[in-house]
Design a protein around this ligand. Structure first.
Ligand SMILES: Cc1cc2nc3c(=O)[nH]c(=O)nc-3n(C[C@H](O)[C@H](O)[C@H](O)COP(=O)(O)OP(=O)(O)OC[C@H]3O[C@@H](n4cnc5c(N)ncnc54)[C@H](O)[C@@H]3O)c2cc1C
Length: 412
């Protein structure tokens, strides 16, 4: 029986960054990928999607953006191309079209069933992504027929939707982008906005991600964050990288999108919305201003010169007459689009390492109770930057170091 030192599952940017780190340490390994390299960006993203992080921030171990548009935002197809080039650059030993069906613990390490093969490894890195499945709220399946339901994983473009009104549920990065795109196609859009993170696309002449990085917010470590569970489930910021950037509810409302409160439940075909929309928006405005205060204080302390002066943005306007109910059987709404977030799919992991909510228990990516098992690419895995592509650089370095020490201890 051949025992491979390490197996990485998933050839997205995170798995490839890990591959590079293991190669740097001369650790023999293989990367198993069910599709092609960058499969998620090829098959699970809608074509008009662009990263909301600027190009200069797309950094991986041994790679930084060297194109002529550092302040632009990569379209999904270019993200796939970039990751594919990266796989070549780092010479990652990827086995494509190799879907992992089960991973089990054995006395020697792990047994991995992939396609019809069985592999044995001392260490396994789960890099299968944080966004493999849509997170649809409980009760979401009560949408009455013939209303069509879609998720961001199945949505491609507005023409795929039937004519008629669209209820977009969720007003984070995905929801606001898709609401704007579908509205522009002539379909009336209602957007149900729950808790959201409002941020301006740029502030005082710099991209907001520049500020998030410069102020140290993205570098905050998982073991220093007060409410880590909450941080790991925070919605993505209301930002888009699309050229006609719509980055807040005011802009969407001005274009004619109807904003309503959080979708509570669907009972007998009637969607019921929270009446607390004004509070939800006021809280998002407050938190945005809190971050802008932090940015201003940091700029002052750092002695930054030549910046435009601080400014504050118009509070979110809330329509006091926003409906609290919408009869989905009336024919007004023909599509419900769940933009309510994503979740990972580790259903093939046959090792008892999940908590009651189904999340893998881990300490900064070192899986608890399963020596030699690691997970990478989850939100706020080790820092707030872990939720973004560039966060994989530091995370893979830390986990590769741990994995190296683990293999050395096993050899001894
Ligand atoms: C809509 C959206 C927008 C985003 N925008 C940004 C952004 O602007 N900036 C940013 O930095 N990040 C962004 N992200 C977040 C982040 O970059 C992605 O979640 C990223 O794809 C995660 O990379 P990954 O390598 O961890 O996982 P993935 O890219 O999902 O790669 C996982 C790989 O594992 C493979 N796989 C899964 N299961 C198996 C199996 N059982 N066997 C074998 N292979 C398997 C998949 O096919 C896939 O190729 C966005 C995410 C989404 C969903």
């Amino acid at each position: 029986m051949k025992l491979t030192p390490a197996v990485i599952i998933g050839a997205g940017h995170a798995g490839l960054a890990m591959s590079r780190r293991l190669t740097e340490r001369s650790i023999e390994h293989v990367v198993l990928e069910r599709g092609e390299v960058a499969n998620s960006w090829r098959t699970q993203r809608w074509p008009s999607l662009r990263l909301l992080t600027p190009n200069w921030q797309t950094r991986l171990p041994g790679y930084h953006y060297a194109g002529d548009d550092p302040d632009g935002y990569l379209p999904a197809a270019d993200v796939a191309a970039t990751i594919t080039r990266y796989a070549r650059l780092v010479g990652a030993p990827v086995r494509t079209a190799t879907a992992v069906r089960t991973v089990r613990a054995t006395p020697q390490g792990f047994e991995i069933q992939a396609n019809d093969d069985i592999l044995h490894a001392r260490a396994v890195v789960l890099a299968t992504g944080a966004c493999s499945l849509p997170a649809i709220p409980r009760g979401g399946y009560a949408v009455p027929p013939p209303v069509t339901t879609l998720t961001p994983l199945t949505y491609r473009y507005p023409g795929q939707l039937p004519e008629g009104g669209v209820l977009v549920v969720g007003a984070s990065a995905t929801g606001i982008q898709l609401a704007a795109e579908i509205h522009a196609s002539g379909r009336p859009v209602t957007l149900a906005a729950g808790e959201h993170v409002r941020l301006p696309r740029s502030y005082r002449g710099r991209d907001i991600f520049w500020w998030l990085e410069a102020t140290g917010l993205l570098a905050e470590r998982y073991n220093e964050i007060d409410d880590l569970t909450r941080a790991r489930h925070l919605p993505s910021p209301q930002l888009t990288g699309t050229p006609a950037a719509i980055t807040d509810l005011n802009a969407l409302a001005a274009q004619g999108v109807r904003i309503v409160g959080r979708l509570g439940r669907i009972a007998d075909g009637v969607a019921q919305f929270s009446g607390a929309l004004a509070n939800t928006c006021a809280l998002a405005d407050l938190k945005m201003n809190r971050f802008l205060n932090r940015a201003d204080a940091w700029a002052k302390a750092a002695g930054l010169r030549g910046l435009p002066p601080p400014r504050r943005f118009e509070p979110t306007r809330v329509d006091p007459g926003a409906p609290l109910e919408l009869d989905l059987s009336s024919g007004e709404i023909t599509t419900v689009l769940w933009a309510t977030g994503f979740r990972p799919d580790h259903s093939w992991l046959d090792i008892p390492v999940r908590d009651r909510a189904g999340h893998i228990r881990h300490d900064g990516g070192v899986v608890t109770g399963a020596p030699g098992l690691y997970v990478l690419g989850l939100p706020v895995l080790r820092t707030r930057a872990s939720s973004y592509i560039h966060g994989a650089a530091a995370d893979s370095e830390a986990l590769a170091g741990h994995l190296h020490a683990f293999l050395s201890s096993r050899r001894r």
